[in-house]
Design a protein around this ligand. Structure first.
Ligand code: DMJ
Length: 564
């Protein structure tokens, strides 16, 4: 290296100054490294990393992330202020002007009937199964099951928001007290990641957003943390089962070749985005965005998403496509992610509408009798069967209609109405519907196999009535909902609760002795909303997770108000 002599400075003097500078710079850089290093070893370093590291590395990918100053300012504010601010950012009050009470007396009477059903279901659960997961109404005892990894009180968590919106105050308070005193998250059993997420995390999040009780928020975040180890796979696609104590996770024994299920790993997005919003920890959003990225990139047969994916290789394991079981809520969460992001999540939007195009091109069929249905697809061969679970798609296509290409909007609304009509057709002669119905060998929306004839208090058909009512105000949806109420009363109500039935085609019913927790969370909530004014949980502000737990739309101007 050649030094040019500076005027008035000898060569040796310049060398001395340079080495002094060098030592000083070395000292300074050591000091800076030490300070940063120390910061990262402090407790709660995640938040500090979030402030100091580059945006691309750790910034949450949610909408509404704020600047560093926003974060600092935000952290200083008392928490209840956050909640008040969140409420102010809603477009309308969550419970409407008069708790959604309809002015028409007949509709109000029907709504009151649904409330009475909820109280009856709840009271019996409380009396015979308190603290267990579900009520067995014939044997009058509680059921724990094996889906929740030793967690208890699934019916309580699933009911919190329903009790609250129905104004069942005493019951809601009992539920809240139980969460406070008895919801123990330190369980050590094998849980379904999907079920724990949609029922427990979803139920607690909704309860928090509706009531502002910090207890629910803290429990939701605590539980969310316990689910994270399920994502420790080579691809980041979580496995279906997790031990909540040890964090060990594995795939369902019945899933082909150790695969993960589309409807399971694809139904985490809404809850996980809210976990990031509430905790300030970007990790939840990062996990679900990673799933999103992989699904966006991977090649899809005819644009369709098969139901089984390897969490190791990231490839499809077999080509079974279904809008019912195994696939269903993945599609639901695409459009709802877009809506929940205040319509800013463009990837979700693109993925939803191209999936819907592929579904229309490959799966949507018209029966000889003129019924529109969604068949299942097995490596290119159609199975002309539609599951009860697939009946949620009437509502899904309905809520997505308005954001489709302008020339397609009416078409989507018509398609939604046709699917809902087909599902209503399957509800006969008990006026309740089978688990799966077919459109082959002369069958028109009828279960042809004995094993498909049961009804376990599922909500999907009623869910579509509720959305279609909100979107069209066609009175037939309320009439169909009322038919369902009467049928539930006649065939499913027993002395000590509600029970599923084994055969919807036999008027002398046989009960299955199970009051599913989703009956309280979804079926009765959707019925109640169907007979309420639209300003009860308005769709401008809320999306419902797949267990019918309402989550607020994350608005840009809301940014960071949810973080700790
Ligand atoms: C619920 O737990 C959810 O709606 C899920 O998406 C599908 N199955 C049940 C209700 O049928």
């Amino acid at each position: 290296m050649v030094f040019r002599k500076l005027p008035g400075v000898s060569a040796s003097g310049m060398g001395l100054r340079l080495s002094q500078k060098f030592v000083f710079l070395l000292f300074l850089s050591g000091l800076v490294t030490l300070c940063f290093g120390a910061l990262f070893f402090l407790p709660d370093s995640v938040r500090l990393k979030r402030i100091f590291l580059s945006k691309t590395e750790t910034q949450p990918v949610t909408v509404g992330s704020g600047s560093e100053n926003d974060v600092r300012e935000h952290l200083k504010r008392p928490k209840d202020q956050d909640y008040k601010k969140f409420k102010r950012c809603l477009l309308r009050p969550p419970l409407g002007t008069d708790d959604g009470k309809p002015s028409d007396p007949k509709t109000n009477e029907r709504r009151e009937k649904v409330k009475e059903m909820m109280k009856f279901a709840w009271d019996n659960y409380k009396r015979y199964a308190w603290g267990k997961n579900e009520l067995q109404p014939l044997t009058r005892n509680g059921h724990i099951g094996n889906m929740f990894g030793g967690l208890r009180g699934a019916s309580i968590i699933d009911s919190l928001d329903t009790l609250y919106i129905m104004g069942l105050v005493e019951e809601y308070n009992d539920a809240k007290d139980w969460v406070q005193t008895s919801l123990d998250l330190n369980s050590n059993g094998e849980a379904s990641l999907f079920e724990v997420n949609i029922r427990y995390v979803g139920g607690l999040l909704s309860a928090y957003y509706l009531t502002g009780e910090e207890l629910f928020k803290n429990k939701a975040v605590e539980l969310g943390e316990k689910l994270l180890p399920a994502f420790n796979t080579p691809t980041g696609i979580p496995r279906g089962v997790i031990n909540l104590g040890s964090g060990t996770s594995w795939s369902w024994g019945w899933a082909s070749a150790g695969s993960s299920i589309l409807a399971e790993f694809g139904t985490l997005h809404l809850e996980f985005v809210h976990l990031t919003e509430l905790s300030g920890n970007p990790i939840y959003t990062e996990k679900v965005m990673n799933i999103r990225k992989l699904l966006n990139k991977i090649e899809k047969p005819h644009g369709l998403y098969p139901n089984f994916l390897s969490p190791v290789s990231g490839n499809w394991v077999q080509h079974h496509v279904s809008i019912g079981g195994l696939g269903d809520s993945f599609y639901e969460y695409l459009i709802k992610s877009y809506l929940m992001s205040d319509k800013t999540d463009d990837d979700a939007k693109k993925m939803y509408y191209s999936a819907l195009e592929a579904i229309e091109a490959n799966l949507v069929q018209k029966s000889p009798g003129g019924l529109t249905y969604m068949a299942e697809w097995r490596g290119g061969i159609l199975d002309h069967k539609m599951g009860h679970l697939a009946c949620f798609s009437g509502g899904m296509i309905g809520i997505g209609a308005d954001d489709g290409a302008p020339e397609k909007r009416q078409h989507y609304l018509d398609l939604a109405a046709e699917i809902t009509h087909t599902c209503h057709e399957s509800y006969t002669p008990t006026k309740l519907g089978p688990e799966a119905f077919r459109f082959d060998s002369g069958a028109e929306a009828t279960a042809t196999r004995l094993s498909d004839r049961y009804y376990i208090l599922r909500p999907e058909v009623i869910e579509s009535y509720m959305y279609m009512w909100r979107l069209t105000h066609d009175p037939k949806y309320r009439e169909w909902g009322w038919e369902a109420v009467q049928a539930l009363e006649e065939h499913c109500r027993v002395e000590s609760g509600f029970s599923g039935i084994r055969d919807v085609y036999t008027l002398t019913v046989s009960h299955d002795n199970m009051q599913q927790s989703f009956f309280l969370s979804e079926t009765l909530k959707y019925l109640y909303l169907l007979f309420s004014d639209d300003d009860l949980l308005p769709l401008e502000d809320w999306v419902f997770n797949t267990e019918a737990h309402p989550l607020p739309i994350v608005r840009k101007r809301n940014h960071l108000i949810f973080a700790l």
